[in-house]
Design a protein around this ligand. Sequence first.
Ligand code: FES
Length: 84
Amino acid sequence: MAVFNVDGVFHALENFCASGGSIGEGELHGHIVTCPLDGETYDVRTGISPISDAIFVKHFDARLDGSGNVLVRLEPTEDEDERP
Ligand code: FES
């Protein structure tokens, strides 16, 4: 799981890119994270590449609770079989 904080809003993605890169170790610019291995990019709000809807990783709902803990729902937000 890779968790991102974008201006206080938390997002979580599967931390496993197509060729095994760790998305959580990538650079984040705005809502776009770049995989450190081969440079694929993903929108942390959806898990979908801004280049192509056919490239994606699982996205999970995440939020901060009142105690400062990040809570992540372990069910992906969308079935990947239903992606465009
Ligand atoms: S493993 Fe992420 S772009 Fe190749």
